[in-house]
Design a protein around this ligand. Structure first.
Ligand code: BF8
Ligand code: SF4
Length: 618
């Protein structure tokens, strides 16, 4: 297929052309090789949960060997899919609890508590006594609360204190209240063992509980502790696209999710001694740029530029100017090892739970992180000598972006409370808000939906919040700049102009969707309503991952109407599909809708927001 069909971006097209000329295969070619996909798997009606099977449902064989029908098999598969996503986000959250524990124990000097005020604020919110206590004492108690949130001994996870009372009662009634992160994930695995939960709607309710444990515990702990340890994001300027890779510098790309490793790489790369080593090699310094979510983490807090999102990760290496790709976990295509091998690029993995055959491995822990990071940066500096200048091609010019919109920063910009936002919504200047989150998927022209939907929504005076891989998409399209308010409707344009903010706000990485949950809950509490009463929505237009499914499901279960650009593998069950796209509305006051056309998706949000505003008397 022509490169124009694969991506809306010039930088991507240029690198896809270069990759083809150099005989380098990307996800796009591999998608071709995998197409047509297995129809049974696509519909979700194949099961490998035991060795009486594998089974697949057909008109002639409507039940598996055990007797499970399409509804049961689809629900079980989807439940496990969501459990996988919840596990990813939540295990990331747990890693931050462990770093905080190392700080409290004094077994690391590489990390510290940067935002003490936030730590105290969270502790007080969770009922921990903060008066006349040292920060370390309070942190120690918080650590216990968060570890307990992963376990079995509580009736509900701690941050449910943020959820409107009506929603909590609803969850209790439905058996959807998340008790412990690991408990819900383990129970999902148990329920989907042969001979357990053989009632599709019941399985889906537990899938929602598992997703809620992700959103309101695993991810929320991840976000809050990242802020405590590395600082709460504040608005700042940076830039995005492949031109974030610099021709004359040692380029290190950080990829993956947790700021725990990438913050250390950045700290090492900023040390004068290492910069001097780079200069001695003839480079003009060391440049750290981001890919995917760990890029978002560093962009939000440290202002590093974003080289690209999911489908740019392979193409970034094709520039021929990357000395090292340093990864932790999640969304890291194993193909990066092979592509790095076609250049002088080092591919370095750092987590025992995410090893890549052929990678250089560094075992990074809180006690040795900075020392290991220095070693990695030194290797990257040395790799600069092996760069082949004749193969370097860095396309385009970087686009400026504004980043750093934590809830704390937004409230500060509004003068100390959410009241001005509530008033702007009540007045109709901001008619509603939609979070656009998630990924790229080679099944879509890259970022066509992500950007198309954002543009359509702001035209309708709907504020857009972006996280994850949609960040770079919105950024490259110029939508993360205050000037983009010109493309917004009159009301949103007025508010953005008054505050000097873009109509599309960068809210962080994918775990930071918990910031959006928290904002929705705070708005609902301010208005004395449930989250499902708010004129808000969520969308993951080009999603691909288990994590995105978990996010979508916790959004819906929290009462947020949620758009997906394509369906999960559930269409083989009418029961499950009906529940997802309509039945959930009766249960939790929100559902999914599937729409591949961004203009039509924006219209659906417009209708929904209109109805919600009317119901609120606005
Ligand atoms: O957690 S948006 S491609 S990088 S899954 Fe992955 Fe999707 Fe990107 Fe971050 Ni989120
Ligand atoms: Fe087949 Fe049932 Fe075993 Fe699944 S659990 S593989 S449907 S026999």
């Amino acid at each position: 297929r022509p490169v124009e069909a694969l991506s809306i971006w010039e930088d991507a097209r240029a690198m896809l052309t270069k990759a083809r000329a150099e005989g380098i295969e990307t996800a796009h070619e591999r998608l071709q090789q995998q197409t047509p996909h297995c129809k049974f798997c696509e519909l979700g009606v194949s099961c490998r949960n035991c060795t009486m099977g594998p089974c697949k449902i057909t008109p002639k064989a409507p039940r598996g060997v055990c007797g499970a029908d399409a509804d049961v098999i689809v629900a079980r598969n989807f439940g496990r899919f969501v459990a996988g996503g919840s596990a990813g986000h939540s295990d990331h959250g747990r890693d931050l609890v462990e770093v905080l524990e190392s700080i409290v124990e004094g077994s690391t000097s590489d990390y510290r508590i940067t935002d003490e005020a936030k730590l105290r604020r969270i502790a007080a919110e969770l009922g921990v006594t903060v008066e006349d206590r040292s920060t370390m004492d309070i942190a120690a108690e918080l650590i216990d609360i968060f570890y307990a949130d992963f376990g079995s001994r509580k009736k509900e996870v701690a941050f449910l204190c943020r959820v409107p009372a009506k929603r909590r009662e609803l969850w209790d009634r439905l058996g959807m209240t998340p008790r412990g992160v690991d408990r819900e994930i383990a129970e999902m695995m148990h329920r989907t063992h042969m001979g357990c939960d053989n009632d599709a709607p019941n399985t889906l309710i537990h899938a929602a509980r598992t997703a809620l444990a992700d959103g309101w515990a695993g991810s929320m702990i991840g976000t809050e502790l990242s802020d405590v340890i590395f600082g709460t994001p504040q608005p700042s300027m940076s830039h995005a696209n492949l031109a974030a890779i610099k021709k004359d510098k040692v380029n290190i790309l950080v990829h993956g999710h947790n700021p725990v490793v990438s913050e250390m790489i950045l700290a090492a790369a900023r040390e004068p001694a290492l910069i001097a080593e780079a200069e001695a090699m003839g480079a003009q310094g060391i440049n750290v740029a981001g890919l995917c979510c760990t890029g978002n983490e560093l962009l939000m807090r440290q202002g590093i530029p974003m080289a690209g999102n999911h489908l740019m990760t392979e193409l970034a290496i094709v520039t021929g100017a990357v000395e090292a790709v340093v990864v932790d976990y999640q969304c890291i295509m194993p193909s990066l090892v092979q592509i790095a091998g076609c250049y002088h690029t080092l591919f370095i993995d750092t987590a025992q739970k995410a090893r890549f055959t052929g990678a250089v491995h560094f075992d990074i822990h809180p006690h040795n992180a900075l020392e290991q990071a220095r070693e990695i940066v030194r290797m990257a500096v040395q790799a600069y000598a092996r760069r082949d200048a004749s193969r370097v091609q860095i396309p385009g010019e970087p686009v400026n972006i504004m980043t750093g919109f934590s809830n704390e920063a937004v409230i500060a910009a509004l003068g100390g409370s959410l009241d001005p936002l509530v008033q702007a919504i009540a007045a109709g200047d901001i008619r509603g808000a939609v979070g656009i989150v998630g990924c790229n998927n080679p099944k879509f022209q890259q970022d066509s939906m992500n950007v198309g939907l954002a543009k359509e929504l702001i035209k309708k005076d709907i504020l857009v919040l972006v996280t994850g891989c949609v960040t770079t998409a919105a950024g490259k399209a110029g939508l993360l700049l205050p000037e983009a308010a010109e493309q917004a409707g009159p009301g949103l344009r007025k508010i953005c102009g008054a505050l000097g903010i873009p109509p599309v706000l960068h809210y962080g990485s994918c775990v930071d969707n918990s910031r959006i949950l928290q904002l929705c809950a705070a708005l609902a509490n301010a208005l004395g309503v449930d989250i499902s009463d708010l004129p808000v929505g969520a969308s993951s237009p080009e999603w691909y991952s288990e994590k995105a499914a978990a996010i979508g499901l916790y959004a819906v279960a929290s009462g947020i109407y949620t758009h997906l650009g394509h369906p999960p593998h559930i269409l083989g069950s009418q029961t499950v599909t009906d529940l997802a796209v309509s039945g959930l509305e009766d249960l939790v006051g929100a559902s999914f809708f599937i729409e591949p056309d961004p203009v039509k998706a924006a219209l659906a949000f417009d209708l929904r927001i209109r109805a919600k505003r009317k119901a609120l008397g606005l």
